[in-house]
Design a protein around this ligand. Structure first.
Ligand SMILES: [Zn+2]
Length: 410
């Protein structure tokens, strides 16, 4: 079997689904299992400074092979998978020499990967496609990235003649629940730029992401036995419904926006008559616009509080991450050398924007410019997730070229 494919499938089978409800870090024990496995494999490959730290993060160094002091760069991927779809008992299905037709997933034939919905598939006829069996996600987000980094590390460690500066490898936990870099110490990482391997398809460089805030809306009512509720009960469930109804729906929503448009996205409701909590995502490429969206939520809160005596609606906004484009300006080589590496790997690089965030958005904000590179992901967070072996192989080549072009720098 192809070594990269085997590697990917091995990692995909480990149950590393992030758990938003968990208190500890990482949020699920499987992430530690995969981390241990990766640390052991890195040691076997001959990497230096291999460490699986107390937070479950894996660190390693691929020592420089050039004689001059080339800048250190970091390759980063996350071991966890999204809680949106189960990641338990992942059974990757390999479709060698893909015939270009719709793919019926064997574990749940009601799920079909249709070429019409996946234009990228049409171009990959004859390639090796990996899907789920239809009952779980695949976890190519981001085990494709993990496998690509591990394979590139192996190549560099067994080819001392390949010129490159120091490379730091870092595998993080809990990216999918917004905690990917909580315990990443940039001093310890010691790199001038980072690259996350967590992008879709092949040949893309994400240099811009959303800026993101989370609004927690608490609707407090007055709970009293329904039999004596007349004139006294203030039902927070109804008011929460009203709140949602008054939020923009035909615009400023994920369902109605694309490209550079931002949105407000209510994604969770919890509670009862006395109190309901709504969680709303605020997203925009233009960071100051987040404040305008938050103000819109506060305006809705004020109307409800004014109309229903006894009710209290509170909107609390916490920052999540910021558009990486601003932070990338301070190190123009971060994007320029990624583009050069892709050309040297035979690709026509495409600069793209992400309607979301990555570990890189937060790392960039913290001071480490970190664009995101393609690693063969498709349909993340879904049972229809798939990847392509040849795209992963391309990503390995890009990393080798990236190592070389940074090795020419001072
Ligand atoms: Zn990811």
């Amino acid at each position: 079997m192809n070594r990269l494919l085997d590697r990917f499938c091995r990692y995909a089978r480990v149950f590393t689904q992030a758990d938003e409800a968990a208190k500890g870090y990482p949020s699920s024990p499987g992430q530690l299992d995969l981390g241990r496995m990766l640390a052991a494999e890195l040691r076997d490959l001959g990497a230096r400074d291999v460490e699986h730290d107390a937070h479950g993060i894996v660190w390693a160094t691929l020592p420089a092979t050039v004689p001059h002091a080339a800048p250190a760069i970091a390759w980063i991927a996350h071991v966890d998978t999204s809680p949106e779809t189960s990641g338990k008992n992942v059974r990757p299905v390999v479709h060698a020499d893909y015939d270009g037709r719709d793919i019926v997933l064997p574990g749940d034939p009601s799920r079909v990967l249709r070429v019409a919905d996946n234009p990228d598939l049409a171009a990959l006829k004859g390639k090796t496609i990996v899907t789920t069996d239809g009952t779980t996600l695949l976890g190519a987000d981001d085990k494709a990235g993990v496998a690509v980094i591990m394979e590139a590390a192996r190549e560099l460690l067994r080819r001392p003649e390949w010129p490159h500066g120091p490379i730091r490898v870092c595998f993080t936990c809990d990216e999918e629940i917004g905690h990917g870099v909580d315990h990443v110490d940039l001093g310890k990482l010691g790199a001038v730029v980072g690259y996350t391997l967590d992008g879709g398809g092949a040949g893309e460089i994400d240099g811009e992401t959303f800026s993101a805030d989370l609004a927690t809306v608490t609707v407090r009512g007055v709970n009293i036995h329904p039999s004596i509720g007349k004139g006294r009960m203030v039902n927070a469930v109804r008011l929460a419904g009203l709140f949602l109804n008054r939020m923009p729906r035909v615009c400023q929503s994920p369902e109605t926006t694309e490209g550079r448009e931002g949105f407000l996205h209510p994604y969770r409701v919890e509670g009862g008559v006395a109190e309901v909590t709504l969680r709303v995502l605020l997203r925009d490429f233009d960071t100051p616009k987040l404040a305008e969206r938050a103000e819109l939520l506060r305006a809705v809160a004020r109307t409800i509080t004014a109309e229903f005596p006894g009710a209290a609606v509170d909107v609390r906004v916490t920052p999540q991450y910021r558009n990486m484009a601003d932070g990338l300006k301070k190190e123009p080589r971060a994007l320029a050398l990624a583009e050069r590496a892709m050309r040297q790997a035979g690709l026509q690089p495409k600069l793209t924007i992400v309607r979301g965030g990555t570990d890189g958005s937060r790392l960039t904000e913290m001071g480490l410019p970190t664009p995101n590179l393609s690693t063969g992901e498709h349909n993340p967070h879904s049972p229809l997730e798939w990847t392509c072996l040849e795209e992963m192989e391309t990503a390995v080549r890009v990393l080798l070229e990236l190592a070389r072009v940074w090795g020419e720098e001072r």
